[in-house]
Write a protein that binds this ligand. Structure first.
Ligand code: ACM
Length: 796
């Protein structure tokens, strides 16, 4: 008998957010005839243009090529050498470190230069970021009016030298023609959360480099959070001596090395200046993000007088929406003016984010002092009080010549945002209704939809996919982000300043995980932000990904191959055979496979139709995906096809009983090997194996692991099932979770460890017939450490 004590899920933090359907407004799909420039007649190796983001206009011409060999010269033309020189130097660096061609930078214009950078204030290009490239007469000439445009022209020139199938150290042959380019949006942004987990200065600088090579130009640097205040402010030293440290719990212990060692980190003034300088040289603006009045528990931990209760909380160790709000009084506002003074000293950016999201008003409502303040200001409710508070800070920024930026939460709550504020709309549902509402209230907006541009959401449901918030945001989901609020007039649409992806880092403890989450979805972001709407075309985008991923590889980016990796689907046939279907998420490239144990190559058998295997001795199928140019789009994946193949399920292949998409969470890393990743329905330890082949089954084995509970106390809808023993048990029911109890597996043997344990039990003999749904539930309270299933296997 199972009684569920369910606490209603509140619409809480990111992992419970419903994903809207139908936000992808129909975009005009126009196939660009020049995605691949054919090389008919060229006597040289491949030299197709494969540019990402796709430029505004391309004009391939004839069959001629420009050769760029090792030792070719790069020259500067025009009068503004000092501004062009650092850009040319960076270009030479990229070509050297990726293509392996060592170009000679010759400061003066020369007649035989292979590449010429020309900074000409009179150049006929569109805007400061625009550029023109002419490829012909033996040279590649990049012209721009401003250094910014020259930089983007240099990036394109580098991409011209790294076309599909490029091989390091070989002479590059670039097809003749010309390119006229400029960005669609002024703001092509990425938010990096350094609050939940922080990154080193070197890592952030690397990310800035890679952003700029995708023509992204804004890094919204989220520096303050409940879980850590990361910006040094000399006037308030405890912001960092206390606020930058949290107790190491859960997987934090793997980062600090000991539960006794807190997880601490912040950026000094000198480090911030270094990052700002590094970014400026790459035409990336660092927009600092200070998030108030919510997401401020670390600040209250440092200075309890900033809070409502006067009590000192811990710097938060959970994920979710903290209850600790800043107190909306004059003393807090003076503190924030001081913080903003420091922020303005360090960051030259015109824009500064004040956050404003997810401010749970419980503490405000409970405080007689805050209620009195609300009344004395003549305000109707606490949302209006947040509006008043935000306006005070926004006005302070405006007075100092800056422009405030904030999330759309206040607008959604019916509050009023200061008109000066640029609104970041993370609620993209209903065809960007909130964005349109913000525009109609007089704001410029940034599109940052949770539905498709939150890159902390996982990007595939492959068993080996990394951790991520639920549900899946595939490369195509990101690419298909709608950028035109439905019903907006063309004048209204002009108030869309740009587009921004978010990397929140609750589940991103280190930089390799960030690289996996960001790339290649950053390519989709790049194209959304830069390319004209009529160039937006998925197949063309995909055809340019092999060269782009080869660039990632040369740059050393640990990108995800999830969109291209072969997925195995196994089904029984009538005659005792097994049918194996291979596919990949993007539906792009050719899958090649082997069955003799060798690694698949582009010369291995090509997968064309489902494979059939007899269920005798096991065969290992190894498969990988290749691009038309032979580039390996995915690392090989393998699957053992044998008599037990249908009797084993990876935890990620089980359905959740709630029907919600699972979160993917890392488990504890064993002494040897990689950390496991579990698909977890947070708060509900209940799984379904639909159509499990129960015929003749005598035993069930379940490998379980444990997740540290970091999702708040009782507010996230934890389902508690009464346990028969202290450690609880797994109960296996037939047909449904209310069906016959087929087996019970006590969890006691697994309770002493945070690593994996395999449990086994006999299956009730009366139930071994046919294919039936198995419901597996864990009793007990998930908040004590949620159980996760690594795999389930049945045996006869
Ligand atoms: C947000 O995701 N809270 C902006």
């Amino acid at each position: 008998m199972t009684a569920n004590v369910a606490i209603d899920p509140r619409p809480g933090r990111r992992w419970r957010r419903p994903r809207s359907n139908g936000i992808h407004a129909g975009l005009a799909f126009v196939v660009f005839a020049t995605l691949w420039v054919p090389l008919a007649g060229a006597k040289t190796a491949a030299s197709a243009w494969s540019l990402l983001p796709q430029p505004a206009a391309m004009h391939p011409a004839g069959n001629g090529v420009v050769a760029v060999a090792d030792g070719a010269t790069v020259a500067l033309s025009g009068s503004q050498h000092t501004q062009a020189l650092p850009i040319a130097k960076q270009f030479v660096g990229w070509v050297g470190s990726t293509r392996g061609l060592h170009l000679r930078l010759d400061g003066s214009p020369a007649t035989h230069s292979a590449i010429v950078f020309d900074l000409d204030p009179q150049a006929d290009v569109t805007g400061d970021a625009g550029y023109h490239i002419a490829i012909g007469d033996g040279a590649i000439r990049v012209v721009a009016r401003k250094p910014r445009g020259l930089y983007y022209g240099a990036v394109t020139a580098w991409q011209l030298l790294t076309p599909p199938g490029w091989k390091p150290h070989s002479t590059a042959y670039v097809a003749e023609g010309s390119i006229d380019d400029h960005p669609r949006f002024a703001w092509r942004g990425l938010l990096l959360d350094s609050g939940r987990h922080f990154q080193s200065v070197a890592e952030i600088e690397k990310l800035i480099d890679w952003m700029s090579l995708n023509k992204l130009n804004v890094l919204l640097w989220h520096l303050t959070e409940d879980q850590g205040w990361r910006l040094e402010v000399p006037k308030y030293p405890e912001l960092t001596s206390i606020g930058a440290c949290r107790k190491a719990v859960g997987l934090d212990v793997e980062l600090t090395g000991s539960p006794d060692k807190p997880y601490c980190g912040f950026y000094t003034e000198a480090q911030v200046r270094e990052i700002v300088r590094h970014a400026a040289a790459r035409f990336v603006t660092i927009v600092p993000g200070i998030d108030v009045p919510g997401h401020s528990q670390a600040a209250v931990a440092a200075y309890p007088w900033l809070g409502v209760t006067g009590k000192r909380p811990e710097v938060w160790t959970d994920w979710g929406i903290s209850a600790w709000l800043l107190k909306p009084d004059e003393k807090t506002l003076r503190f924030l003016d001081d913080v903003l003074d420091e922020v303005m000293r360090l960051f030259p950016s015109r824009y500064i984010s004040l956050g404003g999201d997810e401010a749970d008003k419980t503490q405000w409502n409970a405080s007689p002092e805050v209620r009195a303040r609300m009344r004395s200001l003549g305000l109707a409710n606490m949302d209006a009080l947040q509006g008043w508070f935000t306006k005070r800070l926004a006005d302070y920024l405006v007075k100092h010549g800056r422009t405030p930026v904030g999330w759309d939460d206040e607008l959604l709550a019916g509050g009023t945002l200061p008109v000066s504020e640029v609104v970041m709309t993370w609620h993209g549902r209903d065809k960007l209704r909130v964005a349109l509402q913000a525009i109609q209230q007089g704001h410029d907006v940034l599109l940052a939809p949770v539905e498709s541009l939150y890159f902390d959401y996982y990007q595939s449901d492959l068993p080996d996919e990394g951790p991520g918030q639920p549900g899946m945001i595939s490369l195509k989901d990101a690419y298909d982000t709608a950028l035109a609020p439905e019903g907006a007039t063309s004048a209204e649409a002009k108030h869309v300043l740009g587009v921004q992806a978010q990397l929140w880092t609750e589940l991103v403890p280190n930089f390799p995980r960030a690289e996996h989450a960001l790339f290649p979805r950053v390519a989709a972001l790049s194209e959304l932000g830069w390319s004209p709407a009529d160039a937006h075309e998925w197949d063309g985008f995909l055809s340019r990904m092999p060269a782009e991923m080869a660039r990632y590889r040369a740059l050393g980016i640990a990108y995800a191959d999830s969109a291209f990796a072969p997925a195995f689907s196994l089904a029984p046939e009538q005659d005792g055979k097994l049918r194996v279907t291979l596919s990949n998420q993007a539906g792009f490239g050719a899958i090649h496979y082997t069955t003799d144990g060798s690694p698949p190559t582009a010369a291995s058998r090509r997968y064309a139709a489902p494979l059939e295997f007899s269920l005798g001795a096991g065969t290992t199928v190894r498969a990988a995906t290749f691009a038309p140019d032979g580039f390996e789009l995915s690392a090989p994946r393998s699957h053992v096809i044998g008599s037990t193949a249908l009797l084993i399920r990876d935890g990620s292949q089980l359905a959740t009983c709630s029907g919600r998409p699972p979160m993917r969470l890392a488990g504890y890393r064993p002494a040897h090997g990689a950390a496991p990743v579990y698909a977890v329905d947070v708060g509900n330890m209940c799984w379904l194996w639909k159509d499990a082949p129960l015929h003749g089954i005598r035993q069930i084995r379940v490998t379980v692991g444990r997740i540290a509970w970091r999702f708040g106390d009782d507010s996230d809808g934890a389902v508690v099932r009464p346990a028969a023993s202290a450690a609880g048990e797994l109960q296996v029911h037939g047909d449904s979770c209310q069906g016959t109890l087929l087996a019970t597996l006590p969890l006691a043997p697994a309770a002493a460890t945070k690593y994996q344990t395999t449990l086994g039990a006999e299956v009730d003999s009366g139930s071994r017939a046919g294919a039936r749904t198995l419901c597996i539930v864990a009793t007990g309270d998930p908040r004590d450490g949620q159980w996760a299933i690594a795999n389930v296997s049945l045996s006869r």
